[in-house]
Design a protein around this ligand. Sequence first.
Ligand SMILES: [Fe+2]
Ligand SMILES: [Fe+2]
Length: 149
Amino acid sequence: MMQFIEWTTQMSVGSDVLDGHHKMIIECLNRLYPLIGAVGRDAEIHAVLAKLEDFVLVHFSEEEQCMKKGGYLDWQAHKEQHDKMYDIVFGLKSDVEHGRELDAKKLFDIIYNWLLQHILKEDKKYEKFINNTVNDPHGVWVRSNGRPY
Ligand SMILES: [Fe+2]
Ligand SMILES: [Fe+2]
């Protein structure tokens, strides 16, 4: 199958689990690429959207937990970006459920412009924190109930 893009170690964010999720996004792009402009491939396009739903549900919360644990101070701004993407993906899901056609190019562009760029620019910023297991010395990440995150 024609590969549009390949995962490289330069895309690594320092966590095998999170890298594994990101590879799923690369796979989505590669699955969509040959569907652009093709006819009668709705089932395959919908299957990619289903993968994307899994991704935003599993990956975003996992990543947010890792950022908090690692003491990455900008995690809330990062989470806001996740929330926007979440709304976009579940908006598409709702459109499809209401019988609206989902164009492969539209889905491809969303993943490419939004998500891949997010991974390469924003996710990369937490890389040096992600394996940091030391508790934050300033106690910023203590919940209101006194327990650390
Ligand atoms: Fe990510
Ligand atoms: Fe992220």
